[in-house]
Design a protein around this ligand. Structure first.
Ligand SMILES: [Zn+2]
Length: 397
């Protein structure tokens, strides 16, 4: 049973910008309020008695505790690296020994001289936080100042990488809000995290992403249920045939010697439009040796780039640093450079390495399934509402 106990906290102090609001929501109503906590790890040669002494108990008290524990767990059986804690909860001392991932021994002080021992299931606590910040210096710097861990920042960048070029497009004043859930074990150790929803405002345009799980797995969708991941066009041209495939080595038809063919040749009539297979930015446009008229597009995810060679001409307006959209015509098939006939030589690179374009697995980026769209809408609405309510101007001004 999950109950909501809301704890609102506005971060304060010079280390965090004023715009940051952290909202913490404990998804477990009975999270005890720990007033103080000491931690001791079992070392080689340790006994429970020695550890309890380090935790501040007298020898006779430690003996009574070990005695009380006997019925449920013998404290002669402790292991190096495992943990004892002494906590004060509601004025009472509680000692835990963490037996394994599932169980812990709990010793509660009944009176000043008697202890009660019990075996407890260990549980996972989840905490949902919302962090909101605007970018003044750099995304990483401002996000870290706002209290976001590196892996949460990276995950958020991944979410929006298909729409925003994080290395080039960010501007001072861009802002983001991210709602994420961290899970902790009962020692307070973080065991996982996930982003539930996020919005990113880039140059005045608001992008949203909502985590949603379907039978296909977990994906992030925009508020309309469209997948945030994009997919590439299957091919950049309408071609008559593939005249040469990707090969690590082959006899070059013009040069005569054997060398690798790091792309695919699509035979097509001169003048056939060539389309960018995905959104991105032109990083090279110009004559490039045997490639002739050549364009390289770096795609928004920052990992992939595609190259288009032997063009007869470029489409109007193509130049370095120009953003192109998926399907946009960037040039026309030709045989410039070293080519025996009109074709498009097409390369696909992943982290700079040429891979076979015909073997690139384009994981389909499907929207939320029709049958689940109502459930998704409810969830998306709820998440966006929670985030909107943490507008610092409205609530914390
Ligand atoms: Zn080729």
């Amino acid at each position: 049973m999950v109950l909501l106990l809301l704890v609102f906290a506005v971060t304060q102090g010079g280390a965090t910008p004023d715009s940051v609001v952290v909202h913490e929501e404990w998804l477990e109503a009975d999270v005890p309020k720990v007033q103080s906590k000491q931690v001791e790890h079992v070392k080689s040669g340790d006994t429970a008695g020695l550890i309890l002494k380090r935790l501040g108990f007298s020898a006779s008290e430690a003996a009574r505790m070990i005695d009380a524990a006997k019925a449920v767990y013998p404290l002669q059986r402790i292991y190096v690296g495992h943990t004892f804690t002494r906590e004060v909860i509601k004025g009472k001392a509680v000692v835990y020994y963490y037996i394994d991932a599932n169980q812990k021994l709990e010793l509660t002080a009944l009176t000043s001289t008697s202890w009660k021992a019990a075996l407890k299931q260990r549980s996972i606590f989840s905490r949902v936080s919302i962090v909101k910040a605007s970018i003044q210096d750099s995304l990483f710097w401002d996000a870290a100042k706002a209290g976001l861990a590196d892996n949460v920042i990276l995950k958020m960048v991944d979410m929006f990488a298909w729409d925003i070029d994080f290395s080039r497009d960010l501007r001072k004043g861009d802002s983001f809000q991210v709602m994420f859930e961290e899970s902790f074990d009962d020692k307070g150790q973080k065991v996982g995290y996930k982003i539930l929803a996020a919005t990113f405002t880039n140059r005045g345009h608001v992008y949203s992403g909502i985590r949603y799980e379907t039978e296909r797995g977990v994906e992030y969708y925009d508020v309309a249920g469209r997948n945030l991941r994009k997919t590439y066009l299957k091919s950049p041209v309408k071609y008559s045939r593939i005249s040469s495939r990707f090969r690590s080595s082959r006899k070059h038809p013009v040069l005569g010697y054997t060398r690798a063919h790091r792309g695919v040749d699509y035979a097509a009539k001169t003048g056939t439009p060539i389309r960018a297979i995905g959104d991105g930015k032109i990083v090279y446009k110009g004559w490039k040796g045997g490639y002739g008229r050549f364009i390289e597009v770096r795609h928004n995810n920052g990992i992939h780039s595609t190259a288009y060679a032997h063009m007869s001409r470029y489409a109007k307006g193509m130049k370095r640093n120009k953003h192109v959209k998926q399907g946009q015509i960037i040039g026309y098939v030709g045989m410039s450079g070293l080519a025996t006939g009109p074709h498009l030589h097409f390369e696909f690179r992943s982290r700079g390495r040429a891979v076979n374009p015909l073997k690139v697995k384009h994981k389909p980026a499907k929207p939320v399934p029709q049958g689940e769209i109502n459930a998704f809408n409810l969830q998306a609405k709820a998440m966006m509402l929670i985030m909107a309510q943490f507008d610092p101007l409205r609530h914390w001004g």
